[in-house]
Design a protein around this ligand. Structure first.
Ligand code: S3P
Length: 167
């Protein structure tokens, strides 16, 4: 079993919004590795960061991604930092992976003040800029398709992904 599509990209790229719409159009389930991690830990991502630290969160995230890639056949969104793990990038080989790219202005607008996103608790704009430059090459490395989301409506983005998947 494998996901119909895996979505990667920075916080604010629209993975949840687009992923939910895409799953509906494909008639499959949507799943998000942040929720899987929260279910295992029994608390929200922000509390895992505070109580247990980012390294612990990343370990739970690596395990959640590994399980979902083997056992889930819907649309899977990975947390924005999941691709930092070499192990996860290696696991993504052979999967259909869509990188939702977003520019800084749109990402900042979409995340607002970063509520629920511990990495954005301080200076979201500068942090997103830094994460974007650090991670863009990694998103591109794992992606089989790159879809630009800037200034576009979720429906338009979903249509583009559907066309890519059925090509
Ligand atoms: C993170 C992104 C978040 C979540 C955590 C860390 C990151 O997921 O996994 O707050 O490192 O970019 P979303 O990309 O779904 O917001």
């Amino acid at each position: 079993m494998r996901p119909a599509c895996v979505l990667v990209g920075l916080m604010g790229a629209g993975k949840t919004t687009v992923g939910t719409a895409l799953a509906q159009r494909l008639g499959v389930e949507f799943r998000d590795t942040d929720h899987d991690v929260e279910a295992v830990a029994g608390k929200p991502v922000s509390e895992i960061f505070i109580d247990d630290g980012e390294d612990h969160f990343r370990a739970l995230e690596r395990a959640a991604v590994a399980t979902a890639l083997e056992t889930f056949d819907g649309v899977l969104a990975l947390g924005g930092g999941a691709i930092l793990a070499d192990e996860t990038r290696a696991r993504l080989a052979g999967h259909t992976v869509v990188f939702l790219s977003v520019d800084l202005t749109d990402a900042v607008k979409r995340v607002g003040l970063g509520a629920g996103r511990p990495l954005l608790a301080i200076n979201p704009r500068a942090t997103l800029r830094h994460l974007m430059s650090q991670r863009a090459p990694l998103y591109r490395e794992v992606a089989t398709h790159v879809v630009v989301t800037d200034g576009r409506e979720p429906t338009e983005i979903t249509d583009e992904i559907l066309a890519l998947l059925t090509r």
